[in-house]
Design a protein around this ligand. Structure first.
Ligand code: FRU
Length: 926
């Protein structure tokens, strides 16, 4: 993992840890929140409001939990509906104070069976299917009220009971409790039971309706304080309030509560009936939190009257003040908690930031160290590169100096060549003149002359180029009639063009102003261009010079109908020393490059266009006027340079030979041996052919490709080939011939100017038999040829002398090449297998081996010095001799087995071979 990824990962971890810490450890940590449904039978009275308040207060200690509250307003049907809605809406626990027992039993059981915990509070259902019950024991409430009345009334008197709802469980149980006490006091009697339905208004109504029942009543027991207060009011209104004891139930503290009523003598006493709101929520939280809880939670109760009401009120006041304190503290705690939460968040952010700062700091430090390391190694590399660069500069300077020295040497030595060449040329011209007087000039002298001129041209080009390179060329420009100048040049080549039927013409333009140029330099440019154009234009073609005038310059186009150039050749023709395949080995490769330099010296240009179909056009531009030349470059008079030789001849010498290889029709000699000469230099080819034709049958090829075709066609006894040629090289030629069954036996001599040891080795590696470097001595070449042919003959004789050519042991010892050995083996196998076939023909064998009839003949002749049929006959006779030796066959049988159908004829040829008839031979054997 890369440092950056590590940091990101760490950063996320920190954030996760930091922010989960924000809420993780506080008072509300990890608490799940719940929805608690609270279905209240009626919510309007003080007791029920107190119950709700207690619940909310208790629940506030468990924040996050929600109390879903519904008030059924004394209607059992509505309460059933409300509970249904709660269950459907989704609650985690149901607290219910059922309005009436029976009507609510079904829905409570359903909730319980659905898995929703149910806490029944205050009133009950008719079923025990609930999770917990919270409330005071109503039977006890009834009993306490009974016992209090018994004590107050001294066990005597009538009591009126105002009941709650008839079907509600507290009403039933409270009445039962009181009944059970009264049974113990015979003087006490419940004279009437009226239903106030827990409500003061209903109580008032029912009491007025039953007012006569109040007449002899000594006490009234109402099931809650509100009904009791209403009863007291009715008593007062009816004037019956003369010492009647009124007691209620609930004894609520606070304004309007039961305790106030006792203090204000509205009630004589009240049985404390706690709401259980706080306890219900406590139990609910335990149930939901899966903590222990009790199913039945009975709340304490007691009777409060005027004697105990004061301490009760005081206690209540204290409790409520404590309650308020708690509330305040809770609020403060909540504030503190908020601050704490905020500070924790800030702290976490600071911690994370700090950790990140440390990590990033570490990384930055690490990066710094790495950077330093990298910088150090870069500096080191830089230094190495610098050293290498300096070495390279040094080396290239040395190389440049060496090249310069070499070029200087070449230039100097070339210069030195000029004198001897000139000295050769003059007597040569004399000799030619002398010889010419006899009618015909000797070919050898012509050859020497052409080559002397060629050498002179090469030397001149090299020297001119060096002059330009060393900026030694000085222009001597004069105003000239360009048309006349070009006419002169064209005229110089007229003779040669005419001889080859080439249309050489100059198309001029009238009104041409004088053009400033150096006559001697432009001479070189045009002589070079025209000699090239003529060289590459076939007989009957054309070379046209076109002169035209543009506003500031003069244009000369030299267009030929020659062989043209490829795009690649065209792109390189002005490069120094560049030689295309087409002009291979025919010049210095400097001519065009030199022309370009000369044109540029004149502030002009030369470009070429060419295609293989249309030939080549050179376009030359010379600026008009003289302002572009420096004063010292301008001269008054044309100074034709003194030349010890004819400039034109330098360009035209050998042109005829170069452009067209003279096909000398050799007299057909039926020489013993044939030789194929492959040489692209027409003169050398001609020379060799001339010198060898007396002793050999000579075939000539001007390129490697041509040589290959002739070798397959003629299967000569020997091949002499140049190495560097256009198309396939001499080495490639040797390699191909030696790998081909048809020609593998032919000795190959490679003849080349490349004389280094490596080159010789490479030549021999191509399986050439001999490698001779130019210049070679003709006699030396001839001696080598004879030696090679002699060795071949010796080999043949040795081989042929063995007779049994199928023997691989014999083949191994011979000096044949692998391919030739294979050929002889295949031939032997083929003939051996078909010896009994009388019709076995030369054609069959040639076809099987995959060569032509002639090739087979020449191959066998070359390798074994016999004809194919002689070879077959030899094999037949050797087999016959062997079969006779075994003594197993008769003479006629042997005759058939060796493919001779006439035993008489077999006898004749056997005798011809071995000097005895087969029968006599057999006799001698036995
Ligand atoms: C309030 C109340 C109380 C009584 C209780 C009985 O609605 O009437 O006064 O004690 O209900 O369920």
């Amino acid at each position: 993992m890369r440092p950056f990824h590590l940091v990101c990962y760490f950063f996320l971890l920190c954030l996760a840890a930091g922010f989960s810490g924000c809420g993780g450890q506080g008072p509300n940590a990890e608490r799940k929140t719940y929805r608690i449904g609270f279905s209240q039978c009626v919510g309007s009275d003080l007791w029920r409001r107190t119950m709700l308040q207690e619940m909310q207060m208790q629940l506030s200690l468990h924040p996050g939990n929600e109390l879903v509250y519904a008030d059924a307003n004394n209607s059992s049907a509505l309460q059933v509906k409300q509970v249904c809605a709660m269950l459907e809406g989704g609650i985690d626990l149901l607290i219910i104070s059922p309005n009436e027992a029976q009507p609510l039993t079904g829905i409570v059981e359903r909730a319980y069976q659905q898995g929703v915990p149910v806490i029944v509070i205050d009133r009950k259902t008719a079923s025990s299917l609930y999770t917990a019950y919270v409330g005071a024991e109503n039977y006890q409430v009834g009993r306490m009220a009974g016992e209090y009345l018994a004590a107050q009334l001294a066990g005597k008197g009538n009591v009126l009971e105002i009941m709650g709802l008839p079907a509600s469980s507290p009403a039933i149980e409270r009445a039962r409790g009181m009944d059970d006490v009264f049974r113990e006091y015979p003087g006490l009697r419940v004279t009437a039971r009226l239903y106030g339905n827990w409500l003061p208004e209903d109580t008032r109504r029912i009491l007025f309706t039953n007012r006569e029942k109040l007449r002899d009543v000594r006490a009234i027991f109402a099931h809650n304080d509100q009904m009791a207060a209403s009863a007291r009011q009715v008593l007062r209104e009816l004037g019956l309030d003369n010492g009647v004891k009124v007691i209620g139930v609930d004894a609520l503290p606070g304004v309007g509560g039961g305790l106030d009523m006792i203090s204000s003598k509205v009630l004589d006493a009240s049985v404390l009936y706690p709401t259980g709101g706080k306890e219900a929520i406590g139990i609910a939280i335990n149930i939901l939190g899966r903590k222990r809880f009790r199913k039945e939670n009975i709340l304490q109760t007691m009777v409060i009257d005027s004697s105990t009401v004061q301490p009760m009120k005081l206690q209540w006041a204290r409790i409520s003040s404590q309650q308020k304190d708690i509330e305040r503290q809770r609020a403060m705690l909540a504030d503190q908690f908020r601050i704490y939460e905020h500070q924790r968040l800030v702290l976490n952010v600071i911690v994370v930031t700090l950790v990140l700062a440390v990590v990033f700091g570490g990384l930055a430090f690490f990066a710094l160290l790495e950077n330093r390391k990298i910088n150090k190694s870069l500096a080191q590399k830089n230094e190495e590169i610098l050293i290498q660069r300096n070495q390279l500069i040094d080396m290239s300077e040395k190389a440049a100096a060496a090249t310069e020295a070499k070029l200087n040497f070449f230039t100097n030595i070339s210069h030195e060549f000029r004198t001897p060449l000139t000295l050769i040329l003059s007597p040569l011209e004399d000799l030619l003149k002398l010889a010419g007087q006899g009618g015909q000039k000797p070919k050898a002298l012509e050859l020497i002359r052409k080559n002397v001129y060629r050498l002179l041209r090469l030397v001149n080009e090299l020297m001119d180029y060096r002059k330009i390179e060393q900026k030694l060329f000085r222009l001597h420009v004069t105003p000239n009639d360009l048309l006349r100048f070009l006419e002169g040049v064209v005229e110089s080549f007229g003779h040669h063009a005419e001889k080859r039927n080439i249309d050489l013409r100059l198309f001029g333009v009238s009104g041409l102003p004088a053009v400033w140029f150096d006559v001697n330099m432009l001479d070189k440019v045009f002589f070079n261009l025209l000699s090239n154009a003529l060289k590459f234009t076939p007989d009957g073609g054309y070379v046209h010079l076109n002169l035209s005038l543009a506003p500031d310059e003069v244009l000369i186009r030299v267009k030929d109908s020659g062989v043209g150039m490829t795009e690649q050749e065209l792109s390189r023709i002005f490069e120094r020393f560049y030689q295309s395949d087409a002009q291979f080995g025919r010049g210095s490769g400097l001519g065009l490059s030199l022309s370009k330099e000369l044109m540029e010296l004149h502030h002009g240009s030369i470009v070429a266009e060419s295609s293989k179909v249309e030939g080549t056009t050179f376009i030359l531009r010379l600026p008009l006027g003289e302002s572009h030349f420096q004063e010292e470059e301008k001269v008054a008079l044309v100074q034709h340079s003194e030349k010890p030789y004819d400039e034109l001849k330098v360009y035209t010498a050998g042109m005829e030979q170069d452009s067209k290889v003279e096909t000398v029709s050799l007299p057909v000699y039926f020489n013993v041996h044939s030789v194929l000469i492959v040489e692209d230099n027409a003169e050398l080819l001609d020379y060799l052919s001339d010198k060898l034709k007396a002793e050999y049958e000579v075939f000539c090829a001007a390129s490697g490709d041509e040589g290959l075709v002739l070798a397959y066609e003629q299967v000569p006894d020997l091949i002499i080939s140049d190495v560097l040629m256009p198309g396939i090289s001499g080495r490639e030629l040797a390699h191909r011939l030696k790998s081909d069954l048809r020609t593998s036996h032919i000795p190959v001599i490679l003849l080349t100017a490349q004389g280094s040891m490596e080159q010789q080795i490479s030549g021999l590696q191509s399986h050439a038999d001999l490698y001779l470097t130019k210049p070679f001595h003709l006699e030396h070449l001839k001696a080598n040829m004879q030696s090679l042919l002699h060795n071949r003959a010796m080999l043949r004789e040795r081989y042929a002398g063995h007779g049994a050519v199928s023997s691989s042991a014999v083949l191994k010892k011979t000096g044949f090449s692998v391919l030739d050995k294979k050929f002889l083996n295949d031939l032997s196998d083929l003939v051996e297998l078909n010896l009994d076939d009388e019709d076995l023909s030369v054609d069959d064998i040639a076809r099987s081996i995959g060569v032509s009839r002639v090739q087979l003949y020449r191959k066998i002749k070359a390798l074994l010095n016999c004809s194919v049929s002689d070879y077959i006959l030899e094999r037949r006779m050797q087999r016959a001799k062997y079969l006779l030796d075994t003594g197993e066959y008769s003479v006629s049988e042997v005759s058939y087995q060796v493919g001779v159908s006439s035993p008489a004829y077999f006898s004749t040829i056997f005798k011809g071979y071995f000097g005895v008839t087969p029968s006599a031979y057999r006799r001698n054997q036995t």
